[in-house]
Design a protein around this ligand. Structure first.
Ligand code: DGL
Length: 247
């Protein structure tokens, strides 16, 4: 089983990490659009155009499925990708919401959604959650976390100050959806800021979703990972080396 994983840059590697851990595929082909990251500040049409270009790239490989390991792409381009692909297209937003539903019975739970500006503006998480009866939601665009993570800053003063800047007026939520695939890399610090909050991670969510919806069982003994980037592939490979071994 061969999967294509697409992200605007290096963030989708947090999803790859979960896919590797659960051995769901024997081959992963990763494309990071490092030349044009971030997507989270771009408008809908640009995100769709870039995503369709990524789809053309994956058509060169005999993949069974494409995972858009980017919430901004999942928020805006899933339908267009599905209309133009002969393989399954799986985003990260629906799995994230399903992961929450599987864990949280209390419909009044206070849910904080943090993501890029594009994802928050799309209102995709909010709409899905409200449809499921979870109406106590707060959305906060936290785009500064993206360059910090890209810079390899997973802890320390700058990150703490950025968390205070974004969260100073938000009381501790019951649940936090990390609606950006960069954020699992700073989960430890987010958890320190909100010690009693349950965090939902796109990578874990997608594994559960693939097991449920596609009956994937994780029985591959080894996964071959091929990394591609639209710019500076050595940087992507270096980040992969660091991240895939970072706890
Ligand atoms: N990884 C992207 C996401 O999940 C965020 C980075 C970006 O803005 O491109 O939305």
């Amino acid at each position: 089983m061969r999967v294509g994983v697409f992200d605007s840059g290096v963030g989708g590697l947090s999803v790859v990490k979960s896919l590797l851990e659960y051995k769901l595929f024997n081959e992963i082909i990763y494309l990071g659009d490092t030349a044009r990251v971030p997507y989270g500040t771009k408008d809908k049409n640009t995100i769709i155009r870039y995503s369709l270009e990524a789809l053309e790239f994956f058509k060169n490989f005999d993949i069974d499925m494409m995972i858009t390991a980017c919430n901004s792409v999942s928020a805006y381009a899933i339908e267009e990708l599905r209309q133009n692909a002969l393989f399954d297209i799986v985003g990260v937003i629906e799995p994230g919401v399903r992961a929450l539903i599987n864990r949280v019975d209390n419909k009044n739970a206070k849910i904080l959604i943090i993501a890029t500006k594009a994802t928050i503006l799309s209102k995709k998480y909010q709409t899905y959650l409200h449809k499921q009866g979870y109406t106590n939601t707060i959305s906060k665009a936290t785009p500064l976390f993206v360059p910090l993570v890209e810079e390899g800053i997973f802890e320390g003063k700058i990150l703490e100050e950025t968390m205070r800047y974004y969260f100073h007026d938000i009381c501790e939520p019951d649940i936090c959806i990390m609606g950006c695939t960069h954020f699992p890399l700073i989960k430890k610090e987010l958890q320190k800021f909100y010690p009693n909050t349950l965090f939902i991670h796109s990578g874990e969510a997608i594994v559960e979703y693939l097991e449920d919806k596609f009956s994937l069982t994780g029985d591959f003994s080894k996964t071959d990972l091929k990394l591609f980037a639209t710019e500076n592939p050595d940087y992507l490979k270096q980040v992969a080396k660091n991240w895939l071994t970072h706890n």
